[in-house]
Write a protein that binds this ligand. Structure first.
Ligand code: SF4
Ligand code: SF4
Length: 367
């Protein structure tokens, strides 16, 4: 019988004080995973707006995020790394304002093993649009990626909301494949600490091919995450994946991707991720379990009301986390080392902190 990783750690530790002594020597993100306080910000596997990514990194790092999940794009990775330097320079100011002191979040990069909604962008030829179209596509886009001339590629993160709304069906989704070789070279340089592989039931062969490329490098990672949408065959598929990647040289996390890219739509979007997390927990797969897809400020209270809060390692927030600070990000992209930050930075950090604190302000994970 396979014993889940958290249980192995807890069993190997005789009491809470010994556990706490051991925790002190661990990196903060790993502590958060062990204590069920892990907060991941999803910037978006297709999102490449460097100005916004710089600001999101700044705000959520200062607010206490454990991990930033970004696109497999060298310019994006470099932007996050530069923004981390700013974070370091502002840590003392953050502490003076009452935010807990902590280390930097891990940088995670998302890869896909095939077609996946997170790895696509919308496009249309604006010359085909009637001049009197009321432009419902533009109104529904949550990141203002649609302009009169078409879709701004770097802003589109593939949420899909515009695809079906065009009365003339002019909008299409263009999928793209990430480059694992380029990411493996970033692992070697120590630029990224975690990888997330997006897969789905039926992708056994594609996953195996991708894993063969990553496997030689994964010992240098702090974490490997597997994200998979729910399906009647999800559990046998995840078990298959587990046996394929074992033995692992780094911790493993299962991301239960409920209703992808929907957390900003309404409270109810969180239910699918919770149901799926319950299913994965029941299967006792080795590794941490973390929710994503439809998560928002309702997620933690719902987990508590269902008695699941102590069983999960954490929550990843995407569109909801980005939307609550979006209006405050303007101007932050020009901030550089040595400059005094505008007050809007601290307003954004305060808003982000309230979301981070929902998962952080709970007791020791009882697993
Ligand atoms: S609505 Fe979504 S898919 Fe369409 S352009 Fe905006 S971000 Fe892209
Ligand atoms: S809804 Fe369709 S026709 Fe209208 S502006 Fe958008 S893409 Fe063009």
């Amino acid at each position: 019988m396979i014993i889940p990783l958290q249980k192995q750690i807890t069993k190997a530790t005789h009491n809470t004080s010994k556990l706490m002594q051991r925790m002190e020597v661990l990196a903060q993100p790993l502590q958060s995973l062990l204590m069920g306080k892990w907060f991941k910000l999803i910037c978006g596997a297709s999102f490449q707006d460097l100005a916004v990514i710089k600001s999101l990194t700044l705000v959520y790092s200062l607010a206490g995020a454990d991990c930033l999940d970004v696109a497999a794009d060298l310019a994006v990775i470099e932007t996050v790394r530069e923004s981390m330097e700013l974070v370091k320079s502002l840590t003392d100011q953050a502490q003076k304002k009452g935010y807990p002191r902590q280390g930097l979040p891990w940088l995670m990069v998302s890869l896909n093993d095939g077609e996946d909604p997170h790895f696509r962008k919308a496009s249309f030829n604006a010359q085909n649009c009637p001049p009197d179209c009321p432009r419902p596509c533009q109104n529904i886009c949550p990141v203002d990626a649609i302009k009169p001339q078409g879709v701004l590629k770097e802003k589109c993160y593939g949420c899909g909301r515009c695809l079906s709304i065009c009365p003339l069906q002019l909008i299409q989704a263009d999928s793209h494949q990430t480059n694992p070789e380029m990411i493996c070279s970033e692992i070697t340089k120590g630029h990224i600490q975690a990888i997330e592989i997006h897969t789905q039931v039926g992708h056994q062969d594609q996953f195996a091919t991708l894993w063969e490329k990553i496997k030689p490098y994964h010992g240098s990672l702090e974490l490997l995450a597997i994200s998979c949408p729910e399906h009647p065959q999800s559990i046998p598929y995840l078990e298959h994946i587990y046996h394929l990647i074992s033995p692992l040289k780094c911790p493993l996390l299962w991301q239960t991707d409920g209703r992808p890219m929907s957390g900003d739509i309404g409270k109810g979007t969180t239910h699918a991720a919770i149901r799926y997390a319950q299913k994965v927990l029941n299967a006792e797969l080795p590794g941490y379990v973390q929710l994503a897809g439809g998560t928002n400020d309702y997620t933690v209270s719902k987990l508590e009301s269902l008695g699941l809060r102590q069983k999960i390692a954490g929550v990843a927030y995407g569109s909801y986390a980005r939307s609550i600070i979006g209006p405050l990000l303007s101007g932050l992209e020009t901030l550089s080392l040595g400059q005094s930050p505008p007050e809007s930075l601290w307003s954004a950090v305060n808003r982000a902190y309230h979301l981070v604190a929902e998962i952080k302000n709970t007791g020791l994970k009882n697993n």
